[in-house]
Write a protein that binds this ligand. Structure first.
Ligand SMILES: [Zn+2]
Length: 478
């Protein structure tokens, strides 16, 4: 029998009660209040392949489609917990532009009551999808109209079609909501991604030149070998529902004139074979602005299916070790960072405008065509600053997803992950807008293709990165 302790003297008891209340208040004020309501996820996928013959994006010339290698898809994942909802949609295309992301997000809000600010629409950056927006599309479209009276390569209004499909797939995902168990962590993959910028003897950096070039001193930057993974499993039947994965590698491994979702197609195919046709593999491009698949040391160029298979192997190997989410807790924050536009002289702008109609002319040096495209593209934007929208999704006490616009340098994504208070943070680029490359400040000083094909001023990437880190820190303590 436990001896009854003498009651504490009243004053001391009161004092302790007061201290306890203070302590409780302190805890409430400083620690995250996690919800006990079930965390639900719904996923769906839909085809977004344009009609055969549509122009293709990815390179600096007019490239007409001649068929389909594998279908392009938009994949949606809707999150719901209590009265909080959010969604991520990833499309197998080169980029998502404001003309699509703004109406699509507003329509989803109107139809499904998911706040537009809680929705992020990203592109995988497939270079074998449609050229449906931007100054190059506008140039070719204008020429076709002038020549033929109509554009034979735009049998459909693709932006309108894409918005419709994004809404439809998000509705389907919303209808599929079910309670899930969540686990997350990282896979490791070092066989398929290579930093494509090289420091030359002059100190200048050149893209694609290769490590064996006599002028090259070293590789300019790192590779991110982590594959971020978040797995959702049905509470009801314990079956895997979906896997969000993110890896930093440019989706430009196919080439040619057939539509293809590039290497994530093979990841999806293998995971469906393993987990069933209902399983949705959602691959988000990691920050791969300076990363591609060419091993310049061995000059080896893995084929798309080989890259997909290496990635799948590393993903599948990592799945058993993913850590269950301790406290699922949905909260989403977003912020807009207004960054400066690159400035050009009147003479540069005038020259760019004369080169743009000759963008197909390979006699004009590549860098000149790229710069002209970049300048004309920037002149078409009437805004005085570029709105870079950053999203942070808190999935649990330990798991978060960040989405960023543009083609972001790998160093910036690695910094976000490094400074994130979450154990697992996935960073997905090319969300909601595609304002070209977002290099590091250092890269702007060094030069290279990516800095030519960028619309923002130096430090924009660092500003965006610090906002992403701030949002993550806020979400971790709120
Ligand atoms: Zn790119």
């Amino acid at each position: 029998m436990i001896a009854r302790r003498n009651p504490l003297p009243k004053i001391q008891a009161n004092n302790m009660k007061f201290k306890f209340l203070l302590f409780t208040f302190f805890l409430l004020a400083t620690s995250t209040v996690y919800s006990d309501e079930p965390f639900q996820v719904g996923t769906a996928e839909i085809e977004i392949t344009p009609p055969v013959g549509y122009r293709m994006s990815g390179y600096f010339y007019e490239r007409l489609n001649e068929g389909v290698k594998d279908p392009l898809k938009a994949k949606a994942i809707v999150f719901s917990q209590g009265n909080r909802t959010g969604a991520i949609i990833v499309c197998d295309i080169i980029g998502i532009f404001l003309e699509v992301s703004i109406p699509a997000r507003n329509l989803i809000e109107e139809n499904l009551s998911i706040p537009a600010s809680h929705i992020s629409i990203a592109a995988t950056h497939a270079h074998t999808g449609p050229l449906y927006s931007g100054s190059m599309r506008n140039q070719f479209h204008k020429e076709a109209i002038a020549r033929d009276g109509s554009d034979p390569h735009e049998k459909i209004d693709y932006p309108k079609f894409l918005i419709k499909q994004i809404l439809k797939v998000t509705k389907q995902a919303n209808n599929n909501l079910q309670p899930v168990n969540i686990s997350a962590g990282f896979g490791f993959e070092n066989r398929i991604a290579f930093n494509r910028r090289f420091v030359t003897k002059s100190g200048k950096v050149k893209t694609w030149i290769g490590i064996n070039h006599p002028d090259v001193v070293r590789v300019a930057g790192p590779v991110d070998t982590e594959i971020g993974l978040i797995q959702f499993t049905s509470v009801k039947d314990k079956k895997p529902v979906s896997l969000i994965s993110s890896y930093a590698l440019h989706l430009d491994t196919v080439g040619g004139t057939k539509f293809s979702a590039d290497f994530p197609y093979y990841l999806s195919k293998s995971l469906k074979e393993k987990f069933g046709e209902q399983f949705t593999s959602i691959f988000g491009a990691g920050t791969c602005g300076d990363i591609n698949h060419v091993n310049t040391e061995s000059k080896k160029r893995n084929k798309t299916n080989e890259i997909g298979n290496y990635l799948t192997e590393s993903v599948v190997k990592a799945l058993p070790d993913l850590k269950p989410a301790s406290k699922p807790s949905l909260k989403i924050k977003s912020a807009i960072v207004n960054v400066g536009k690159q400035k050009y002289s009147e003479a540069e702008i005038a020259e760019a405008k004369t080169i743009m109609p000759r963008i197909n002319d390979f006699k004009i040096p590549f860098n000149k065509r790229v710069k002209s495209y970049s300048i004309v593209n920037l002149q078409e934007k009437s805004v005085s600053t570029l709105p870079f929208e950053v999203h942070a999704f808190r999935i649990s006490k330990d798991i978060a997803i960040v989405t960023l616009p543009g083609e972001v340098f790998v160093e910036l994504g690695m910094q976000i992950k490094q400074e994130s208070p979450f154990k697992t943070t996935l960073v997905i680029e090319l969300a909601n807008e595609a304002p070209g490359y977002i290099p590091t400040k250092k890269a702007f000083a060094e030069g290279s293709y990516e800095t030519l094909n960028s619309r923002c001023i130096p430090c924009s990437g660092e500003e965006m990165t610090s906002v992403a880190i701030r949002l993550l820190k806020e979400l971790h303590t709120e």
